[in-house]
Design a protein around this ligand. Structure first.
Ligand code: SF4
Length: 344
């Protein structure tokens, strides 16, 4: 996995590695304590490590902030650090760069993409949007900078329902790219929206039948689900919410058993904050761990250490794209504050 052993690569070597591997393939020194070295490098370089809830437990434990897309965007917007290391996927690091154009934003592995973001290619979406010239575009944050630049407001799974509810009633809306989240928002708000047909490979894989059997096996357990799951699973759920809402629900609910239908990385925070509760992972259609996000799991402590040490791979975006993609993100942050969904 780490074929290179040189201690001081040249900038040319680094760019060839990023091109060939997507990360810095240098073996950390033998016996190095990655936890303390990452902490030392963060301090020395005034860097902040932001990690998504779907990261492995060791990455969550060493991060300065762990959250979902909305919380991470807010942290990225507020940080005073010179370097942001984003342990998440590419669109999240891009969002951090859009909010901090003068800062260095690093992603440990640029191959960490997102099936949902990839399901909405910019050229195809531009053609789709052109068919509805009188519509405004509401885009889920799980999109590339190019899609954000074609949008009027960005939403996350935490704020999609109240933001769509608060948009002017005479606006005609397109919602992209997640059709399941879009259908959920339509059900909750009663707003008619044209949906782009994208899905998340992780959240569509839960088996409705197996979940039903599991509920019979654990009659006292509540089923909690992320709105990216398919409608047939959401219909069975006792609670539907963003990753942060699911975490808070487990902590605050008087119930003791939960079947959790989202990426299992969140179980680490749930176990820490509610150690006496039993968490059962919702099963997928297949006998495998396909509900673990393969993109999120590309990040490792070694890659984070190398990203900090060599300050690469770095996210870079054209300034016009940053400017165009920033407007709908700012709109989301403003609306979230005025709706009382964010502090500050
Ligand atoms: S869990 Fe789904 S939406 Fe989230 S990063 Fe992975 S593929 Fe994308």
């Amino acid at each position: 996995m780490f074929p290179q052993s040189t201690a001081s690569p040249t900038p040319e070597e680094i760019s060839i590695w990023i091109h060939d591997y997507g990360y810095i393939p240098v073996e950390p020194p033998l016996g190095v304590d990655l936890f303390s070295e990452i902490q030392r490098l963060k301090k020395e370089k005034n860097a902040v490590l932001l990690a998504h809830y779907y990261q492995d437990a060791d990455i969550q434990d060493i991060a300065d902030f762990v959250g979902d897309s909305l919380g991470l965007s807010q942290k990225a917007a507020e940080t005073k650090a010179d370097i942001i290391v984003f342990a998440g996927v590419h669109f999240m690091a891009e969002t951090a760069k859009i909010l901090n154009p003068t800062k260095k934003v690093l992603i440990p592995d640029i191959n960490a993409g997102c099936s949902l973001s990839d399901s909405c290619p910019p050229a195809a979406f531009a053609a789709f949007k052109a068919k509805y010239p009188d519509h405004k575009v509401v885009s889920y944050i799980n999109t590339s900078a190019a899609i954000k630049a074609m949008s009027d407001v960005i939403v996350t799974s935490s704020n999609a329902v109240p933001i769509v509810q608060a948009l002017p009633a005479d606006w005609k809306l397109i919602f992209a790219p997640d059709k399941n989240l879009g259908a959920y928002v339509i059900r909750k708000t009663g707003r008619d929206m044209v949906l782009w047909e994208g899905v998340c490979m992780v959240h569509t894989i839960f088996s409705h039948q197996k979940v039903r059997s599991l509920r019979a096996q654990y009659p006292d357990a509540e089923l909690i689900a992320h709105p990216e799951c398919e409608p047939a699973l959401l219909e069975q759920a006792d609670f539907i919410g963003s990753t942060t809402s699911l975490l808070n629900y487990v902590v605050q609910s008087p119930k003791l058993q939960f079947i959790v239908a989202t990426e299992p990385g969140i179980l680490h925070q749930m176990k820490q904050r509610a150690p006496h509760k039993e968490l059962i992972q919702a099963p997928s259609e297949y006998s495998c761990s396909c509900n673990t996000c393969p993109h999120m799991k590309l990040n490792t402590l070694e890659k984070i250490y190398n990203a900090l040490l060599f300050e690469a791979p770095e996210i870079s975006l054209p300034s016009e794209l940053i400017e165009a993609a920033r407007r709908p993100i700012d709109k989301m942050l403003e609306m979230s504050r005025s709706l009382g969904l964010l502090r500050g």
